[in-house]
Design a binder for this molecule. Structure first.
Ligand code: ADP
Ligand code: MG
Length: 404
């Protein structure tokens, strides 16, 4: 699957020009999950070569990438070996070996975003310390090392108390809520104990969760995608509405907070900034991801440049694309699929089958945006897809989850 193209330039004297895609830079991606696969899809359009480092032989990106090195992105020697094959090294997951990347950077390896950004972000507590030092508004937080300090935090912040693991957290798996002092130990145990490295956050009773995808080019140009609203179910991003239905003032505030947060981190690429909107109109930072994000998948259908194309443009040093929406409204509805035989399998299958018949809906294995001429119409289309008594429902005609 070599991506090279020969252009005959006959008008200028017949010179043969060998063009290897939009950029000659080989992009090495640490991680070959769904996000890595979606990066490969965008790269294919521009004939940019993407190589992947992932321990799973059949990881989602493996079939779409130019080359897949089977190995751990946590292993220093493996990452060093992988880096030799790339023009630029980037990530689709933040839980990589930041110390190795810092060492490689000193040897001249080009990491985008920079290892320092990954080191800060991969430790949520360090992230909070970093952003609060940069004057970014965020919920109060403090480290806890034992029951005594956890109780002290509870006295200070009140209950419910959000207890979070500093590292290796995703899809809410590093979070536990203590509704009262009596529940602290249960919550801490669920997270693996104090030794895992924990901190607490003051509970934020937000009215909405917002997210802003920010991209920074290698020349430090910064652009923001429209602010979106995210709705989580069981801590997993379930619905994304773009644009967010909030006042102009809140859109501006959210964009400013997101830009300020990303300005404090180093390197090129896409960053996703998760935010809380409070009843009194404050926008607080929840966390930042140094990569494309669930809340930006709708950009594939609804924006002039998808977050994946944008990330590639940014890390290889191409001009950034226009992040504006090309449709007035979009909703991403995330179906949490289950394997055949499990209770959610048939429902997921039915929803996918219906989505394929909804105007403006596109199905992605992993997420499903619906786009349309207004948020009202998009919401109505989504509703019709979710209605269980849908007249068009033909589950037997629905595709199997595995082949989408
Ligand atoms: P993950 O890394 O799994 O995305 P987050 O820290 O973003 O974890 O938390 C997941 C979800 O939990 C958030 O999107 C939000 O709905 C809720 N949450 C997180 N922190 C708080 C908080 N301090 N107060 C209230 N809800 C929170
Ligand atoms: Mg989150």
């Amino acid at each position: 699957c070599r991506a090279s193209l020969e252009i005959q330039e006959s008008s200028s004297g017949g010179a043969n020009l060998q063009v290897h895609g939009v950029s000659h830079t080989v992009v090495g991606v640490l991680g070959g999950g769904q996000l890595g696969r979606m990066l490969c899809e965008a790269a294919s359009q521009m004939a940019i070569k993407v190589i992947i480092l992932d321990p799973l032989e059949d990881c989602p990106a493996s079939k779409l990438c130019h080359y897949h090195m089977v190995g751990s992105y946590d292993d220093s020697a493996t990452v060093e070996e992988f880096a030799k094959r790339c023009g630029v090294l980037t990530v689709e997951i933040e839980h990589v070996d930041a110390a190795t990347l810092e060492k490689l950077e000193k040897q001249g390896v080009d990491c985008q975003p920079k290892a320092s950004a990954l080191r800060i972000i991969q430790d949520k507590y360090l992230q909070k310390v970093h952003f609060s030092r940069h004057g970014i508004p965020l919920p109060k937080f403090m480290q806890i090392d034992d029951l005594e300090s956890a109780k002290r935090a509870g006295d200070l912040f009140g209950y419910p108390l959000m207890i979070k693991s500093k590292r290796l957290a995703y899809d809410g798996r590093g979070n536990a809520v203590a509704k009262s002092e009596d529940e602290i130990s249960l919550a801490v145990n669920a997270l693996g104990g104090y030794a895992r490295g924990l901190y607490v956050e003051k509970w934020t009773s937000f009215v909405k969760e917002l997210s802003v995808i920010v991209v920074r080019g290698r020349d430090n140009t910064m652009l923001c995608y429209p602010v979106v609203e995210t709705i989580h179910r069981e801590n997993i991003c379930h619905i994304v509405k773009s644009p967010a239905n909030v006042s102009w003032k809140i859109l501006k505030l959210a964009t400013d907070v997101a830009q300020k947060a990303v300005s404090s981190l180093e390197g090129a690429g896409v960053f996703a900034v998760e935010l809380f909107l409070t009843a009194d109109g404050q926008v607080l930072l929840n966390e930042v991801a140094p990569r494309p994000h669930n809340s930006g998948h709708h950009t594939i259908e609804s924006c002039l440049t998808s977050q994946f194309e944008q990330h590639l443009r940014a890390v290889v040093g191409l001009p950034l694309g226009d992040p504006s929406m090309k449709t007035p409204a979009a909703i991403m509805y995330n179906i949490l699929g289950e394997d055949e035989g499990e209770p959610g399998f048939l429902l997921a299958n039915q929803l996918i089958g219906r989505a394929l018949r909804i105007p403006g809906a596109s199905v992605h294995w992993y997420d499903k945006p619906v786009i349309g001429p207004s948020m009202g119409i998009v919401e109505a289309r989504l509703k019709s897809m979710l209605r269980e008594d849908s007249k068009n429902d033909q589950p037997e005609a629905a595709p199997r989850v595995g082949i989408i």
